[in-house]
Design a protein around this ligand. Structure first.
Ligand code: ATP
Length: 290
């Protein structure tokens, strides 16, 4: 495949970051060749370093050319999590990238999108042989209870255009021995989950992008209800007591699943409550209400 099928001229929105290097170009070329016929569905930029791949795509989204825009970086210096939290990554030890996904004109506000993204990543990891993959609402990916990957979905203002979402993913490949992750009980990496050397980042991305494409076609056509059962099969806290911490209050109950909009369903003393993603954090409840 010709290089310019992948790179093209530098996109204006990326003019403020370092140009690609021979090594990042080699990664992008390998990714395009692994994507095969699917490569034409994606516009791929692979850069050596940036602050946040989500921030770049949110602040200056590239023009709509019918493709899914993918921005990958070797090193992310200010990775974002939800509610101003940080996503930490280490060069050579993490896969960090974001996708800009546009939905067809007339598509309603995408309900359950965060959950669909988590499911796509979970399925890609399962296909690579990872066992014990679980989803923690709304969209963390765990392995046997420990956090392997984080996802941040940010919706772009629509103003008469088709809805668009930036989906950022950070996946731990091989955590440094001295890595410290605040406020996270258990952290996993892919090397540990696979019991050996993880696939190269281009190979991982090819598997993940392929799965996103398949699953988002279903999502665009039939919405989250078509994926709800698959999400619930992987629910890390199915039928377990949990605490859902919000800005001003904490809800306690048993996690009984999610509804067709992707809202968390909690059974508590006052019946079933729906919790919308956004400003809440889900935690297992080991020792009763605190
Ligand atoms: P939580 O995981 O606390 O429920 P969240 O799902 O909103 O919160 P994210 O926005 O996905 O979290 O990610 C931010 C949080 O993830 C950080 O507060 C930190 O606890 C954790 N974290 C940051 N970097 C990593 C990493 N490389 N591996 C695992 N966890 C991380």
């Amino acid at each position: 495949m010709a290089d310019n099928a992948v790179f093209g001229p530098p996109l204006p929105h990326l003019s403020s970051i370092p140009p690609s290097t021979p090594s990042t170009r080699a990664c992008a070329t390998e990714l395009a060749s692994l994507l095969g016929a699917r490569a034409h569905d994606f516009a791929i930029e692979w850069v050596a370093c940036c602050d946040s791949t989500n921030a770049l795509l949110v602040d200056a989204p590239p023009a709509d050319d019918g493709r899914v825009h993918v921005l990958v970086t070797d090193r992310q210096t200010a990775g974002r999590g939800r509610r101003g939290r940080q996503w930490l990554s280490w060069e050579g030890a993490s896969l960090t990238f974001s996708l800009l996904w546009r939905f067809a004109p007339g598509t309603p506000a995408p309900a359950g999108l965060s959950l669909a993204a988590g499911l796509a990543l979970a399925r890609a990891l399962e296909q690579l042989g990872v066992e014990g993959v679980q989803l923690k609402w709304p969209n963390d990916v765990l392995v046997h209870g420990d956090k392997l990957a984080g996802i941040l979905v940010e919706l772009l203002p629509m103003r008469g255009r088709p809805p668009a979402a930036v989906i950022g993913i950070g996946l731990n490949l091989r955590l440094p021995a001295d890595a410290v992750v605040p406020d996270q009980a258990g952290v996993a990496d892919l090397a540990g989950a696979l019991g050996g050397e993880p696939p190269s980042r281009p190979a991982l991305l090819a598997a993940i992008l392929g799965e996103f494409h398949r699953l988002f076609e279903t999502y665009a056509a039939a919405g989250f209800p078509a994926l709800r059962g698959a999400w619930e099969q992987r629910n890390a806290f199915a039928d377990l007591p949990v605490a859902v911490r919000g800005e001003s209050a904490t809800l306690y109950g048993t996690c009984i699943g999610v509804d067709d909009d992707g809202a968390l369903l909690l059974r508590g003393e006052d019946g079933i409550q729906r919790v919308l993603a956004g400003d809440v954090s889900l935690r297992p409840l080991m020792d009763g209400p605190r």
